[in-house]
Design a protein around this ligand. Structure first.
Ligand SMILES: [Zn+2]
Ligand SMILES: [Zn+2]
Length: 206
């Protein structure tokens, strides 16, 4: 897998870093199921670097998905109503089902995928509400960090020249600059697994 990524530097010292270490799939293992981790980029005081930090899921985004699911389900019902669903009895006896038009099939496909996503959202919300310990750095497990919530990450990915991200290098005071890297690395996707409290358990290829 080839990934676009950001390169970071400091305007005052020789700090240099990339966002590459933040890639990979990350899941909590709860009993026998896996729940995707929600995270944001932040500054970790142990990594002394920009790192991936656990974060409470975005509730607006979750509600948006639930609303979209309802809209799609009612669209599916409507489109089924407008289709002639009956097929002759002798074909029914042979187990022949009416052919679904493309539109209905596509809706069903989208609904199945979205249902899965919504179920994961709800599981993750519950997990994070029940959470006992503070959110951790997903790279090193440290609890001391600050989120970089005001950074326009999308815009930085469009920058070939490094520009200030609006965050000062802790204990240095220089501006952290970032820009998109045109070097492409090829990656094997890695799965990182954590327990319910965000403690790293294991990683596996895949
Ligand atoms: Zn610095
Ligand atoms: Zn860390």
């Amino acid at each position: 897998m080839s990934l676009p990524h950001l390169e970071f530097q400091c305007s005052k010292c020789d700090f240099e870093s990339t966002s590459l270490k933040c890639f990979g799939r990350r899941n909590y293992r709860c009993d026998e199921s896996y729940i995707p981790v929600s995270s944001e980029l932040g500054w970790c005081f142990r990594c002394k670097n920009i790192a991936l930090i656990e974060a409470f899921p975005d509730e607006k985004e979750i509600m948006g998905r639930q609303n979209l699911l309802q809209v799609l389900v009612s669209a599916l019902e409507k489109s089924k109503e407008s289709q002639p669903s009956e097929i002759p009895w002798h074909k029914k006896l042979l187990g022949i089902k009416p052919k679904l038009p493309e539109e209905v099939k596509e809706l069903q496909y989208k609904i199945t995928a979205l249902k899965q996503h919504v179920a994961e959202d709800l599981a993750r919300l519950k997990l994070m509400r029940d959470r006992q310990s503070p959110y951790k750095c997903l790279i090193c497990g440290e609890e001391k960090h600050v989120y970089l919530t005001n950074v326009e990450w999308k815009r930085l990915h469009e920058q070939t020249e490094a520009i200030p991200i609006g965050f000062k290098h802790p204990f240095c005071g220089g501006e952290i600059l970032a820009g998109n890297s045109d070097i492409r690395f090829h990656f094997k996707s890695i799965n990182y697994v954590y327990d319910k409290e965000g403690n790293f358990i294991e990683k596996a290829d895949g």
